[in-house]
Design a protein around this ligand. Structure first.
Ligand SMILES: Cc1cc2nc3c(=O)[nH]c(=O)nc-3n(C[C@H](O)[C@H](O)[C@H](O)COP(=O)(O)O)c2cc1C
Length: 378
């Protein structure tokens, strides 16, 4: 039971808006002594351990979850218990979604998963830019492959809403990428609540070229065909319910490329867009040039991404006028950041880097703020 003490201290964090939280003063400095990827594995292991102790999942739910009919939201036909999700990349292999569901998230996106397992890029491949409250990563879709994910999702214990973020293997040429997306889509169809096509990671060479009109339209149209086929067979040719399909886009798209992507999404009847993935930009950073250069290539996430991702959300929302729904992600580190994205036009938000820098109580803090802010439309 001694191991559940951190949970009780984190209760204090979720009740106070003080910047001097237990997580920031005690836990984070300890975790930051470890290399970022080691800290990730340590926290994952600890969460798994806690989850197995009788009574602790209940305790964690009582501390971190907040339930209210006012937080509930129906988006692309799914009833979300709240609008705050965990972004893709944290639970790449669907190993932790039950445990993470006790931290108050309204939904969890697993992946990016590829058809075959692959090791990703050589380590180190994840770095902290502490002065910027940011991360740089070039993980390169390290994952155990879709077959392993199927086995894990079949053992789902909680009822948490799960998004399946799908990608292509590194050694699959772009001309055959469509087959990789199809394999993942078919394999996970009955196991996830919505799908995300990831063509925006900067860490798989050439992947972002798939954001161009022709290849993108081919991939999305093929997935929508399979979507109809599988939905029909599932519903005995009546009452067809397509699986919500979204596209995750890069924040580095220029206006004309973004317009083209929006057009393709509308043409292929997508449900929505996830804006955005990490950026290759290194502008306006507080960290020294030496540090930034030392870390090298990769996608930047966290505080420096917030403005650009919100700008893209606002642009898409103004343009599509509700025809596509938006999940806003990028630099959400406090309730204000979350509200800004919702007010810019996002229906839901996700976080990753904010979870690392601010700790698990961030989810409840955002939800409490949404509850008292009446200007958010449902
Ligand atoms: C270490 C790391 C790994 C990530 N892996 C993925 C991934 O596999 N697929 C994906 O779509 N996004 C991935 N992302 C991007 C996040 O889902 C998110 O879009 C991005 O980090 C911006 O949000 P944030 O500022 O809240 O972190 C990853 C991000 C990080 C930091």
């Amino acid at each position: 039971m001694i191991y559940s003490f951190p949970v009780l201290f984190l209760l204090y964090d979720s009740l106070t808006s003080s910047p001097m939280s237990f997580y920031k003063v005690v836990l984070r400095p300890l975790l930051f002594l470890l290399a970022p990827e080691s800290a990730h594995h340590f926290v994952s292991g600890f969460l798994k351990f806690l989850y197995r102790i009788p009574g602790v999942p209940f305790l964690m739910r009582s501390v971190f979850c907040i339930e209210s009919s006012k937080l509930k939201k129906t988006v692309f036909g799914i009833d979300f218990p709240n609008s705050v999700g965990l972004a893709a990349g944290f639970d790449k292999d669907a190993k932790l979604y039950d445990e993470l569901s006790t931290l108050g998230f309204g939904f969890i996106e697993v992946g990016t998963v590829t058809p075959k397992p692959q090791p990703g890029n050589p380590k180190p491949r994840m770095f902290r830019l502490k002065a910027d409250e940011a991360l740089i990563n070039r993980m390169g879709f390290n994952n155990e492959g879709v077959e392993s994910m199927i086995l894990r999702l079949r053992k789902r214990k909680s009822r948490v809403i799960i998004g399946g973020n799908i990608g292509k293997n590194k050694d699959t040429p772009n001309e055959q990428a469509i087959d990789d997306y199809e394999i993942c889509f078919r394999s996970l169809f009955h196991l996830v609540d919505y799908f995300v096509v990831n063509v925006s990671s900067p860490n798989t060479a050439g992947l972002r070229d798939l954001q161009e009109k022709e290849p993108l339209l081919k991939i999305l149209n093929r997935l929508q065909e399979i979507n109809s086929e599988l939905s029909l067979s599932e519903n005995e040719k009546s009452n067809t319910k397509l699986k919500p399909l979204l596209l995750k886009i890069s924040p580095d798209l220029g206006i004309s490329a973004l317009d083209e992507v929006i057009e393709v999404c509308l043409e292929s009847n997508l449900d929505g867009i996830i804006a955005t993935n990490t950026t290759i930009s290194r502008e306006h950073l507080k960290s020294s040039d030496e540090e930034i250069q030392l870390f090298g290539n990769g996608g930047l996430s966290g505080v420096p991404l917030a403005g650009r991702s919100t700008e893209i959300i606002r642009y898409i929302a103004d343009k599509v006028k509700g025809r596509l729904l938006i999940i806003g992600v990028g630099g959400v580190h406090n309730p204000d950041d979350a509200l800004e994205k919702l007010k810019a036009g996002a229906s839901l938000i996700q976080l990753y880097t904010g979870f690392i820098y601010e700790g698990p109580s961030l989810v409840k803090k955002i939800n409490k703020r949404i509850l008292i802010d009446h200007s958010i439309k449902n």
